[in-house]
Design a protein around this ligand. Structure first.
Ligand code: AMP
Ligand code: ZN
Length: 466
């Protein structure tokens, strides 16, 4: 079965092929770095990670661009409050976002691009749109006239029957179902950062950022554009209007949107205050792998309710997988091959792949793995799982982990590197030679606190992690 994705534009499942048959050019709307990203945001970013890994597993190469929105209303407000420049203010949250993404094992996109480093290209794009009569100016700000773009509304299926002429909005977030001319360039306000432009000093609106950066790096027509469902309207609708008004070409071939992470029936969001950051959850003692597993365990187009019971369930599922892996490595198995078990592994691999090919159905993919593990455990108990059945099982686990990436435990932050251990052991040896036994004992105790046991042998000092 071919790889198929649901395209928000056509509302259909479509076979996927990149335009050039090989490299998938993909754009992701990244975070607005005014605060810590919450795990709702990370549901969308985790979906993108599963998408990336599936595309790589199918042999495609990726050119994936993600933007960081580092100038925006809330950023400016908060930076002023903290008496910082927007660069100083956003740097800490960009860093936190990247650190949290790494903790969740999200692959880094090939390119990470910052809005404030592309202002001149945005100004150029706005000038071009103005030259082709897609804009108008009011009080020093420039607006995109959505009436000038007949295809407006095609992505979100928004009904444009009402009177839209003249209505305009210059904030980045506005009411659903309320189609308005949107701001491309905001006139400078006192005390706010601003950049020079032919239309007057100011700063870009949010929507133009993504159009400009996506096309700069990926070309006028890109393969995949992703984000959460709340971005379909107006953000992505506006991206299409700007980009296609500029080029006359289709901007994006496949639009893919992740449904929300919910809390008691409501979207997890900053404004509702019903959110957890990754840090909040790790502090409660859950592992990053459990969070990752929970976020990706439901298919991305289904809403997922966040609960701590769900998180405990995710941790228990990971334990089952790891226990099977340990058993596979450690159990003494009878020689030979049980052909039924080999066939069973092949079937599980085929089912796993088919589930992912079917619009990234992670729930079915997990079911294929767990059903196999149940059967393999039963066979092991009965002595019917033989040594030559191991490679099939291992192949399934590897295939699974290339996408889900939860088998390897995260090493606790307090742990220490091999090099640091070696260097402390050398210190201890020196201390012993100079008969500073108190110091030598202290080093041994410190290492033990960090989970490292040392043993003096005739061949020197040996160490192992507890
Ligand atoms: P933002 O920084 O608000 O633009 O959000 C970054 C990404 O997270 C966007 O793709 C949003 O659509 C997505 N997002 C926001 N809230 C949630 C949620 N509760 N569940 C899933 N995705 C979300
Ligand atoms: Zn965007």
């Amino acid at each position: 079965m071919p790889l198929r994705f649901h395209n928000t534009l056509t509302q259909q499942l479509e076979d996927f092929q990149p335009l050039d048959g090989k490299t998938v050019r993909m754009y992701t709307c990244g975070p607005t770095v005014y605060s810590y990203v919450h795990i709702g945001n990370f549901r969308t970013f985790s979906f993108q990670d599963i998408l990336r890994r599936t595309l790589l597993a199918r042999g495609f190469t990726l050119d994936h661009v993600m933007n960081i929105t580092d100038v925006e209303d809330k950023i400016i407000r908060n930076a002023i409050q903290h008496n910082q420049s927007i660069q100083e203010y956003t740097a800490q949250y960009t860093e936190a976002f990247l650190a949290d993404s790494a903790t969740l094992r999200l692959q880094r996109p090939e390119r990470l691009v910052f809005a404030t480093e592309h202002i001149s290209e945005m100004v150029e794009a706005i000038e071009k749109l103005s030259a082709s009569n897609h804009t108008y100016e009011s009080d020093g700000s420039v607006y995109f006239r959505i009436g000038s773009f007949p295809a407006y509304g095609r992505l979100s299926k928004i009904n444009l029957d009402g009177n839209i002429a003249g209505a305009r909005v210059d904030v980045d977030e506005y009411e659903k179902d309320d189609a308005r001319d949107f701001v491309l360039w905001k006139a400078r306000k006192p005390g706010e950062p601003a950049w020079p432009a032919s239309c007057g000093e100011g700063r870009p609106g949010w929507h133009i950022e993504c159009s400009v950066m996506a096309m700069k790096y990926l070309g006028e027509t890109i393969d995949i554009h992703t984000g959460g469902v709340d971005l379909v309207f107006p953000h992505h609708e506006n991206e299409i209007a700007q980009s296609e008004a500029l080029t006359g070409k289709q901007f994006v071939r496949y639009w893919m949107h992740a449904e929300h992470l919910m809390v008691e029936g409501q979207k997890m969001s900053k404004s509702l205050g019903n959110f957890y950051t990754l840090r909040d959850i790790l502090e409660k003692g859950y592992s990053p792998e459990a969070v990752r597993y929970l976020l990706v365990s439901a298919p991305y187009r289904k809403q997922l309710n966040f609960t701590f019971d769900g998180l405990k369930g995710a941790a228990a599922s990971i334990d089952r997988l790891r226990n099977f892996e340990l058993r596979l490595a450690g159990d003494v198995l009878p020689d030979g091959e049980n052909p039924d078990m080999s066939a069973r592994a092949n079937q599980a691999i085929a089912d796993f792949d088919a589930a992912l090919d079917d619009d990234l159905n992670t729930a079915d993919a997990l079911a294929a793995v767990f059903e196999y593990i149940r059967d393999a455990n039963t066979a092991m108990d009965a002595g019917a799982f033989q040594s030559a059945n191991k490679p099939g099982a291992r192949a399934l686990l590897d295939r699974f982990d290339a996408i889900f990436d939860v088998l390897k435990p995260t090493v606790a932050e307090s742990s220490i590197s091999d090099e640091e251990i070696d260097s402390l052991i050398a210190d201890r040896t020196r201390a012993k030679k100079s008969r500073d036994f108190a110091r030598a004992d202290q080093i041994r105790a410190d290492l033990l606190d960090k989970g490292v046991v040392i043993e003096d042998t005739r061949d020197g000092v040996r160490w192992k992690r507890k």
